[in-house]
Design a protein around this ligand. Structure first.
Ligand code: G
Ligand code: G
Ligand code: MN
Ligand code: NA
Length: 250
């Protein structure tokens, strides 16, 4: 209740900011982009995690304004990066459903000057629950703008193979819960192998999340996973510091 009220002012008072987590090509260890992750610097409570306030923003409907701000902010930031780097932005289910996401994306791209191919939208599986046809058309229209579409948190919650066949996607992100267990648990390893194989069969690139050590990165690379993200490569960080760590200048 309190957070919901405060959130109304948070956008205007510039209390939200974005951190960026590096995304790495596993074959050569190159930086290929970063995922934008929102944070709320609350005047009284300090830093609040999106895990805490995004659900509140969704139930209050404020997620559309917050999501729009995130989109513009991330595009503006990434437009100043070297041309080989892309940026990934999370789009919540409600934002996808309620807002004119295609118009917002077009506007964010044109106002920032970021080429569409350098923007990736991360949609979670739950986005497609209870909405067979319309969302497929909506993703298709989005994809025509030239942006990259990734299915986030794959394998958690409500994985359904039935819609996977129909969605116009480019990438699949393996949820970190599988990566965490893959080297100690034969079943988890097989699940990761199967997800990568499934993705490639559908012509999707694979991004593994939550990579924390070299053996995980190595195992994923051997299984054909193209890209990785996780504490091994870097925590979500200020964009300038993130780029300088990778010896990349704006
Ligand atoms: O960064 P962190 O691990 O704390 O993120 C926690 C959760 O919040 C993750 O599920 C992540 O996808 C989500 N999240 C982070 N930033 C955004 C954002 O800008 N928009 C939406 N919708 N979700 C986000
Ligand atoms: O759901 P989504 O993948 O968008 O959210 C990513 C979340 O996972 C962020 O909150 C981020 O801080 C967290 N995260 C990223 N890399 C790692 C990692 O290597 N280990 C753990 N435990 N969490 C991670
Ligand atoms: Mn994500
Ligand atoms: Na995820």
């Amino acid at each position: 209740r309190r957070l919901e009220q405060d959130m109304h002012d948070a956008l205007q008072n510039r209390q939200f900011f974005l951190l960026y987590q590096p995304q790495i090509e596993l074959a050569d260890g190159r930086l290929v982009g970063a995922e934008a992750l929102i944070r709320w610097n609350h005047p009284e409570f300090g830093l609040i995690s999106p895990a805490e306030f995004i659900p509140i923003a969704e139930s209050s409907g404020l997620i559309c304004d917050i999501g729009r701000w995130t989109l513009f902010e991330a595009c503006t930031e990434a437009a100043a990066w070297p041309a080989e780097l892309s940026v990934a932005v999370n789009v919540s289910a409600l934002q996808f459903e309620r807002s004119d996401i295609e118009a917002d994306v077009r506007e964010a791209l044109s106002s920032s000057g970021l080429p569409s191919s350098r923007l990736c939208l991360e949609l979670t599986e739950s986005t497609f629950l209870d909405q067979g046809g319309p969302s497929i058309a909506k993703i298709g229209a989005l994809r025509e703008t030239g942006v990259v579409i990734a299915l986030d948190d794959f394998g958690t919650g409500y994985s359904s193979m039935s819609y996977l066949a129909d969605l116009p996607l480019d990438k699949l992100k393996i949820d970190q819960s599988f990566v965490r267990r893959m080297n100690g648990n034969a079943n988890a390893f097989e699940i990761v192998r199967a997800i990568i194989s499934l993705a490639h069969g559908l012509n999707l690139q694979v991004v593994a999340e939550g990579i924390e050590n070299e053996p995980e990165a190595e195992a994923l690379h051997r299984l054909g996973c193209e890209m990785g993200q996780g504490y091994l490569f870097g925590r979500p960080d200020d964009p300038v510091r993130m780029l300088s760590k990778w010896s990349v200048q704006k």
